[in-house]
Design a protein around this ligand. Structure first.
Ligand code: SF4
Ligand code: F3S
Length: 78
């Protein structure tokens, strides 16, 4: 799936949700999260985020790795 990383925190632009054909981007308290199973990896959300917070899971930087886990755990209790 694609994942949302730290740049979304306290920014929450929200435009990414309008690009998702399967509505799998969900609002959390301080950021949005992508559902790891519902995401069909269309890539539409990646380019539209104004702060470049969205990445393919396998392209997330070393420093942002925990967000791969976070986007999963918010839907599937850790
Ligand atoms: Fe939605 Fe596509 Fe982004 Fe996945 S890659 S969250 S399906 S817009
Ligand atoms: Fe966050 Fe960017 Fe979406 S800031 S809410 S990932 S458009």
């Amino acid at each position: 799936p694609l994942v949302i990383t730290s740049a979304c925190i306290d920014v929450k632009d929200g435009i990414c949700t309008t690009s998702c054909p399967v509505d799998c981007i969900y609002e959390g308290e301080r950021m949005f999260y992508i559902h790891p199973v519902e995401c069909i990896e269309c890539g539409m959300c990646e380019s539209i985020c104004p702060v470049d917070a969205i990445r393919y899971a396998d392209e997330v930087s070393e420093a942002e790795q925990e967000f791969v886990r976070i986007n999963n755990d918010v839907f599937y209790d850790a």
